[in-house]
Design a protein around this ligand. Structure first.
Ligand code: ST9
Length: 596
């Protein structure tokens, strides 16, 4: 068996039993989709993930990428995964109908992407072309669509998002890459960008770089940036590949993990002009690029969470087979039989901590995806767009931090063996560390949540979400069997309201007191939302248990147990978060730097 362990039962539980996506299949944008097709897609993608994608996972870590004259060659396993993905036409899943899509709802697409990214994260990243085509499709002219967007789909070109510069990093507005209008409908780009995922690879015939650059004379900061399509190869009027463009990979980063994913320095216009075309109007670049960033943030959170999922399931399998030590209740009896380590209380504690978080985080991803389904059904629903925006920093920021932290618990189950390359855990940990860093660090996610998604919205969307949590906590979900857990949820909700009030009060005292707390607040809010989603799952599971087939009973019992564990072990810690937050002072800011 390969390294990747999926949890299709849990995915289907989310999609069909909790969020009930079948209610919107068969009409509107999902007219071509029905439940049976959706289930078939999930099963087929699970097979693709466990085979062609998972097969190249270890090789990608051990066989280095090469860079010769600006061309990057990837290990063969990556190419095999891409061959299988495109041969199966899986890229059509997420496309709109006019680009040849099949009308799958985002919740189904994210479920599939999760399995693929869990099986081979580097391979999945190389699939960006058709996704990015879909995102920029509404922003381009008809001519740009014909020349660039349609081939990104039909000829399966690669794509990159090119923002980051060596000296600017997260501060994208400090970028110095310039764009000069050539007067013939094209622009010449000059500058150096760093940390560009998929900057080059030898699978597609062409790569479209989506580049942020500053037109001459434009204002400083992000608002002076424009978005350009800058191809690896230019194409002529008839769509034939023409001359090599001056966008060239000049270095591959030597990274801690995710080694098969080419993280590149790309230099524009150094020896040959790097020609590009402007997307939309000048100075719209940052808003346009954020359309891409939103999906990439969701993907990065999903990647982290699915890595934890396969990490946990590997650890669970090991714990049920590995025999070591006597049952604690017979520890003084030296002749007592040795037991599987899953029988040990401390191992069970760790396993449940992992299970509850994995399933809660998957619930968060698929809840967010189900909000995206509803946006497609009702594109004018501004409240849903804002809810999606509010949830994204939780998926990305909390999802990546918690997954990285708990992957260490998964490794711990293996003892010293987990530290060795015989098992995939050490690679999972190295590959997942990047998730707290790229697409906006956790610090950026905390600020995004508090200042932009809550502050700029005057708390309206948050209040609506917390209102739903409140209604659940005060309702009768669970038919008497979840009363204690709903009380814990209500208490956690009070703590979050209190933290929010304190943070708003800090504004009048010092912005630093707010800034010291945006990340802890992100974590606290995420824990509350995850607790709520797990209890919603427990309600569904309890209702299903009576009529459940014998083979399904353990699944539903596990759902209820995970929700109860989270309510009893995580939600009460919100009280401690509140106390710590209330006691914030400016000591940290006043401390001389030399004292750190
Ligand atoms: C990277 C690559 O890390 C990682 C891997 C890529 C993976 C590629 C593979 C993808 C495959 C895709 C699969 C998809 C699957 C799809 C399935 C579909 C079903 N939201 O606050 P201001 C905008 S790349 C929206 O003043 P500063 C907004 O326009 C590197 N928009 O900030 C705003 O104007 P306004 C990633 C937002 O101080 C304007 O920005 N790098 C948001 O000027 C200015 O905002 C990063 O992520 C938002 N949340 O700039 C950068 N926020 O206010 C991290 C801002 O008028 N740095 N805007 O609306 C930041 O985020 C900074 O905070 C900053 C600061 C740049 C925004």
């Amino acid at each position: 068996m390969g390294h990747y362990r999926s949890n299709l039962r849990d995915v289907e539980f989310n999609l069909f039993e909790v969020y009930r996506i079948q209610d919107s299949l068969g009409s509107g944008p999902f007219a071509q989709m029905d439940v049976d097709t959706a289930r078939d897609i999930l099963a087929e993608v699970e097979r693709l993930a466990a085979n062609e994608f998972a097969d190249g996972f270890v090789e990608g870590d051990r066989v280095p990428l090469t860079l010769v004259d600006g061309d990057v060659t990837v290990p063969p396993g990556i190419s095999k995964a891409l061959d299988a993905y495109f041969a199966g036409e899986w890229h059509r899943m997420s496309l709109p109908e006019h680009l040849g899509g099949v009308g799958a709802p985002p919740s189904l697409v994210w479920s599939c992407m999760a399995m693929l990214v869990g099986a081979n994260p580097a391979a999945l990243m190389y699939l960006a072309g058709p996704f990015f085509a879909t995102i920029i499709d509404p922003l381009v002219t008809d001519e740009q669509r014909r020349r660039w967007v349609v081939p990104m789909v039909e000829r399966q070109w690669g794509a990159t998002m090119v923002l980051t510069e060596p000296d600017a990093g997260s501060d994208v507005g400090a970028g110095r890459t310039r764009a000069v209008d050539a007067g013939d409908g094209t622009w010449h780009i000059t500058g150096t960008k760093r940390f560009i995922t998929n900057g080059d690879f030898d699978w597609p015939e062409n790569i479209v770089h989506l580049v942020l650059a500053r037109p001459e004379g434009a204002a400083a900061g992000t608002k002076g940036l424009s978005l350009f399509i800058v191809p690896k190869f230019w194409v002529d009027e008839d769509g034939r590949l023409a001359e090599r463009n001056g966008a060239v990979v000049t270095k591959i980063e030597d990274k801690m993990g995710l080694k098969a994913s080419a993280t590149c320095e790309v230099t524009f216009g150094e020896t040959t002009p790097a020609r590009g075309v402007l997307v939309g109007e000048v100075h719209e670049g940052i808003a346009q690029m954020f359309k891409v960033i939103e999906y990439a943030r969701m993907l990065v959170g999903t990647k982290a969470i699915e890595t934890l999922s396969t990490g946990y399931l590997n650890a669970l399998a090991y714990a049920t087979q590995r025999v070591q030590g006597p049952d604690l209740a017979r520890a003084t009896d030296k002749a007592a039989p040795r037991v599987e380590i899953i029988r040990h209380p401390d191992v069970r504690r760790s396993l449940m901590m992992q299970k509850a978080h994995v399933e809660g985080l998957r619930a968060l991803v698929l809840y967010t995806a189900s909000v995206q389904d509803r946006i497609m059904l009702d594109p004018g629903a501004a409240d849903l767009v804002k809810l999606n925006d509010l949830l994204l920093p939780m998926v990305k920021g909390y999802g990546s931090e918690k997954s990285y932290e708990l992957l260490a618990q998964s490794l711990q189950i293996f003892g010293g063996s987990g530290y060795c390359k015989d098992y995939p855990l050490e690679q999972y940990i190295r590959d997942a560390k990047i998730d707290t860093l790229y697409e906006g660090t956790t610090g950026i996610q905390g600020m995004d949540l508090f200042f932009r998604k809550i502050g700029r919205d005057q708390g309206t969307t948050l209040a609506r979400l917390l209102g739903e949590v409140q209604a659940f906590a005060k309702g009768d979900a669970g038919n008497g069997q979840l009363a204690a857990e709903r009380d814990l949820l209500a208490a956690g909700l009070d703590e979050m309201h209190s933290m929010l009030g304190t943070l708003v009060g800090f504004f009048g005292e010092s912005i630093y007191k707010v800034g010291l707390n945006t990340t802890p607040f992100l974590f606290g809010l995420s824990e509350l939302v995850v607790g709520w989603l797990l209890l919603r799952q427990a309600e569904v599971a309890l209702a299903a248990l009576d009529a459940a087939a014998e083979s399904d009973r353990a699944f539903y019992e596990g759902k209820v147990a995970a929700a109860r564990w989270f309510a009893a072990n995580v939600l009460p810690t919100l009280a401690a978060r509140r106390v710590v937050l209330e006691h914030t002072d400016l000591g940290l800011m006043d401390l001389p730097d030399a004292a750190f």
